[in-house]
Design a protein around this ligand. Sequence first.
Ligand SMILES: CC(C)(COP(=O)(O)OP(=O)(O)OC[C@H]1O[C@@H](n2cnc3c(N)ncnc32)[C@H](O)[C@@H]1OP(=O)(O)O)[C@@H](O)C(=O)NCCC(=O)NCCS
Length: 163
Amino acid sequence: MNNDVLVREVTQDDLPVLFDQQLEPDAIQMASFPPREWDAFLTHWTNILADCNVTKRTILSNGQVAGYILGFEQDGKTHVGYWLGKKYWGQGIATRALKQFLDHVKVRPLYANVTENHIASIKVLKNCGFTITGYKKDITNSHNEHLNEVILVLGCEKEKKVK
Ligand SMILES: CC(C)(COP(=O)(O)OP(=O)(O)OC[C@H]1O[C@@H](n2cnc3c(N)ncnc32)[C@H](O)[C@@H]1OP(=O)(O)O)[C@@H](O)C(=O)NCCC(=O)NCCS
């Protein structure tokens, strides 16, 4: 199937779709990330939409809301994160969307933290030029699960940040 992938600004109208996508059990398990109830989700996204330090994009696949990508600050470093609805998985959409996002977000180094068994996400990042720069062992997530994380980076870690 010909798949047209585009990233654009997130709108309020996208939120109900993004909410449902973060509730999908296979995605929660894959990402090791807990879902939010609607009120908490709405508060979280209202803050994101109001924060000019967060770069947020909706991923469209053939015009439908397929997921999102965020660029955000954590521990003084800029990180990227993304999420796709399950029906959009396995079609190269995340890789293509992240490449478009990186054409727009020029901050380097750019980091991503991924659980070490998350093969798909590590591949998406490597497809876009990220390399493994380190590991975080035995961190505790909000499920109180102990996880090992892989840290990936795009760009030289000593490079001066360019907006
Ligand atoms: C991770 C995720 C973004 C991948 O999106 P996607 O559009 O399916 O990824 P792509 O199609 O671009 O695939 C990238 C690579 O991963 C591989 N891949 C995709 N799903 C896979 C899976 N379930 N298991 C193993 N490999 C997988 C693809 O074959 C492809 O490999 P290649 O580069 O060798 O061709 C998507 O599954 C998702 O949103 N999951 C839930 C949320 C999540 O985990 N977010 C990331 C948190 S770090």
